[in-house]
Design a protein around this ligand. Sequence first.
Ligand SMILES: [Zn+2]
Length: 114
Amino acid sequence: MSAYEGLPDTRTSLCGLTVDGDEVWLIRGISQKLYRCPACGGAVEIGADHVIVQTVLRLGGTEHQHWHRRCVDEILIYQLHNLRRVSALESTRERLERRAQLKPGRRRRNLRRR
Ligand SMILES: [Zn+2]
């Protein structure tokens, strides 16, 4: 069980770093269609409360995946460092795509903690 139990939720997202220095944003989502969780290979059913894992790559660009909450809690959370809570307002797709166009050194100052 992690200190981030129940997160992300509608108000709070999480943000951490991979060993390669990519930023990983964990955002609460409700599936609009059927997804496949990359961790366990199982279905993320339509309407499921799950986690959108959006990566802002160190070298620019973003990519995202849809994970089960349980898989994030049991696997992904332990692969990230400098994990912190951030306002969900910081983690909209438009903001993260804009963020991905900044040089990595300029990204941190834009982050507001909660
Ligand atoms: Zn899964």
